[in-house]
Design a protein around this ligand. Structure first.
Ligand code: MGD
Ligand code: MGD
Ligand code: SF4
Ligand code: MO
Length: 680
């Protein structure tokens, strides 16, 4: 038996574990890493079972090409040459920006760096993006605007020092289990206060001092009103506001419009709840906000994020342990994919494509001329452009937009309108069904590299076994493709060499190398080889200098309930499955625990519709209709439905609305109007 230390391929918590390999070179188990700095050997059920899916017989093993409408096996030579020639034809016929690249938060930093390089240096387009667009795009924009850096301000271990947690729009125990248990431990063992704002009775709510169940989409008036109370009771941190921030007068003016009585009415709660939350948060010595998709996935997602930042600045909870604005990043490497420039507006380290000196630096480093200076298409706007016939070629590596993007019929229409679609994945997916070329990739257990966790910690991923059949690591595929496209600046002998190059052009990663993170990962910013990494951001000074109060007014969600569609439909995830289910639905234990689509609904609503628990219902919106099992309880607010997007046979994204935040371009997954009827 061999044990290989690596990092979990599921969520952004960043637990590390040993993959156990038998003498036939097969993965047979997982062992916790008791030395791990953050989680000390603990894992959730997805981590414990992460050795199973790589062995699944459905793994892609050969390149495939569509011939006369059918997918047939092909050689790597044929498949890669076809991609090069079709992309060349498309760009010649329709222009440089008629092709786009979707990168992947499932793949390594090194692979995301290469996607950013392939799109920009070889194909001369900024049309490169990834699922952060569907996830924390609002965070990246909102916190960059207020603080100057769009990442989690503090560390996971900081939670052991907090006196008050404000958890909003994060189902922490299910989605970031090892962070959820950490919060519970602090509450139970040290009496830290816990405010949970979620209209579902999530597990954390059982431990909360205050559980607030307002209407989805009303975070801005709720948080503004909390600040209104803090200011009117003189509970703000006057010294912090005076010395570390700007634009306070503007904030005061805006939050003055949200007295508790008025906000309570918009939010569907009591004024008393707002006052209590305000006092609890402001009076704590060290308080932090922990948030996730409930805050970001709205047409006013950036406003939500900025409003969270305002509250934390107002109470002086920044730049020290136990505090901060802590957006929990979702995918195992979504932080890293952003850091490595898989975003349509920035190169690595958030260096803007619109800055001429930045472009010059990358032109020199990559040995190319004329890097494009206009912001490219995002995952969401690329799909729209394809539907409009403006985007003709799409290269999707490690994403499944058919199941994860909003409004599935629209996505299908868009992908079918393309001239040429390439999918690189480890399994066949709903997206690869529409592809012209499919390339088989090695999974996390079959390659070397690094992932960056939610707390900005760069950690090693190590090869434990060989990939199945002809499958190759994404980085090898990308290098081969670049060479065939006539670019000789993308040849590497190992991922370590790729990281060295990425570090040399990325100040926040400047001191990171495989040698340094061999045993313990480092947290960026880590600008130099002797820098110890940075557990807490904005100590003494914000990245942008002063913190910028950025007040926002309430803007209602794009589609609200009416007589025809009387419910708010909200979507998200569950403990046992991950996203579009490609990996967890191929893991026995997980699939057994949760075998199919369901919709959570309130008991009173169910009574009125004559729906019983576990009965099949149809949920419909203006976009489509889905069959799911009703889960009836008091765990969800009346008038609200909740569905997960894991199941192909009941795809929540057939129902969701393609409405975007105007700046972040993130979809409104958390609110649309729906109705329910019995299926029999
Ligand atoms: N098991 C598992 N773990 C995962 C994932 C997975 O698919 N499965 N995915 C990973 C990824 S990529 C991500 S981004 C994270 C996401 O992690 P979370 O954001 O924690 O998960 P969600 O279920 O999307 O939504 C969180 C909560 O937001 C609440 N909510 C809905 N509407 C609103 C609103 O208007 N305002 C507020 N404040 N809250 C609202 C919902 O009731 C829900 O409980 O999880 C990561 N971890
Ligand atoms: N309705 C609704 N929709 C949502 C959300 C929501 O809350 N509600 N949340 C959104 C969020 S936060 C996110 S992050 C997105 C996620 O959206 P996606 O990223 O599209 O979803 P995943 O299922 O994680 O897709 C990852 C793909 O990568 C493949 N893969 C895994 N490892 C590798 C590898 O090493 N190499 C390659 N090449 N492929 C690999 C997997 O098989 C899978 O097909 O979904 C979004 N969609
Ligand atoms: S908490 Fe996240 S990183 Fe840790 S084992 Fe579970 S899925 Fe993996
Ligand atoms: Mo996400």
């Amino acid at each position: 038996m061999k044990r290989v230390l690596t990092t979990c391929p599921y969520c952004g918590t960043g637990c590390c574990f040993y993959l156990v390999v038998n003498d036939q070179g097969q993965l047979v188990g997982v062992e916790g890493d008791s030395e791990h700095v953050v989680t000390k050997g603990q894992l959730c059920v997805k981590g414990w079972t992460a050795y199973q899916f790589p062995n699944h017989p459905d793994r892609l093993t050969d390149p495939m090409i569509r011939r006369n409408g059918k997918m047939v096996k092909a050689s790597w030579d044929e498949a890669l040459n076809l991609i090069v020639s079709r992309f060349k034809d498309i760009q010649e016929k329709y222009g440089t920006d008629s092709v786009a690249f979707f990168s992947s938060a499932k793949t390594t930093n090194e692979e995301n760096y290469l996607m950013n390089k392939l799109a920009r240096a070889v194909y001369k387009t900024n049309n490169v993006d990834h699922c952060a667009r569907l996830c924390h795009a609002s965070t990246v924009v909102g916190l960059a605007g207020t603080f100057g850096s769009g990442a989690m301000t503090n560390s996971i271990s900081c939670m052991d020092e907090a006196d008050c947690f404000f958890v909003t729009g994060s189902n922490t125990t299910e989605q970031h289990p090892l962070i959820g248990t950490r919060i519970i431990r602090r509450v139970l063992e040290r009496g830290a206060k816990l405010i949970v704002a979620d209209n579902r009775k999530i597990r954390l709510a059982e431990f909360a001092d205050l559980h607030i169940r307002w209407k989805n989409g009303t975070d801005v008036p709720f948080l503004n009103s909390i600040m209104n109370v803090i200011i009117s009771e003189g509970l703000e941190d006057k010294e912090f506001v005076a010395n570390r921030t700007e634009n306070y007068e503007e904030l005061k003016k805006v939050v003055a419009n949200y007295p508790p009585e008025k906000a309570a009415e918009i939010c569907g709660i009591t004024a008393e709840e707002i006052v209590q939350a305000a006092r609890m948060f402001a009076k704590a010595d060290k308080a932090m906000i922990v948030y996730s998709m409930g805050i970001t996935q709205h047409t006013h997602g950036v406003d939500n994020v900025k409003t969270c930042a305002n509250l934390v600045m107002l109470t002086g909870n920044l730049g020290k342990p136990g505090t901060g604005v802590n957006p929990l990043r979702g995918q195992n490497n979504v932080q890293g994919a952003c850091d490595m420039g898989a975003l349509s507006n920035v190169f690595t380290g958030y260096q803007k494509v619109t800055d001429a000196p930045v472009r010059e630096k990358f032109e020199k480093a990559w040995g190319v001329r004329n890097l494009p200076g206009e912001v490219g298409l995002t995952v969401t706007t690329a799909i729209n452009a394809a539907a409009d016939g403006k985007l003709k070629g799409l290269f999707v590596l490690g994403e499944n937009p058919m199941m994860s993007d909003p409004d599935q019929n629209h996505v299908r229409e868009a992908l079918e309108a393309l001239d040429f679609l390439v999918v690189v994945d480890i399994f066949p997916t709903q997206t690869s069904e529409l592809a012209d070329v499919i390339l088989p990739a090695a999974c996390y257990a079959e390659k070397d590299g690094t992932f960056t966790s939610t707390e900005r910690r760069v950690q090693r991923v190590r090869k434990a076994v060989d990939p199945p059949g002809q499958a190759r690591a994404d980085w090898e595929i990308l290098c081969d493709l670049a060479k065939r496209a006539g670019y000789d600046g993308m040849q590497y002998s190992s991922p370590s060499e790729i990281m060295d190059e990425a570090a040399s052009v990325t100040p926040i990663y400047g001191g990171i190398s495989f040698d340094r993170i061999d045993q313990v990962g480092l947290q960026w910013p880590c600008p130099a080889p002797d820098h110890p990494g940075t557990p807490v951001l904005h100590v003494g000074k914000f990245t942008r200098g002063l913190g910028l109060f950025s007040p926002a007014e309430y803007i209602p969600s794009a589609e609200l309930p009416d007589a025809e569609y009387p419910f708010i439909l909200s979507t998200g995830r569950s403990y046992f499955h991950f996203h579009t289910g490609t990996m967890t639905r191929r893991t026995r234990i997980l699939d057994r625990e949760q075998p199919g689509p369901y919709v959570e609904m309130n008991l009173e609503d169910a009574k009125e519709l004559g729906v019983r628990d576990k009965e099949w219902v149809f949920v419909s919106t203006r976009r489509g209709e889905v069959r799911a099992k009703a889960l009836v309880s008091e765990n969800i607010r009346q008038g609200v439905l909740f569905m997960v997007f894991h199941f192909e046979e009941g795809p929540a994204n057939l129902l969701t609305i393609n409405a975007l935040d105007p700046v972040a371009k993130i979809p409104e997954y958390k609110v649309c109007a729906a109705r329910v009827r019995r299926a029999s």
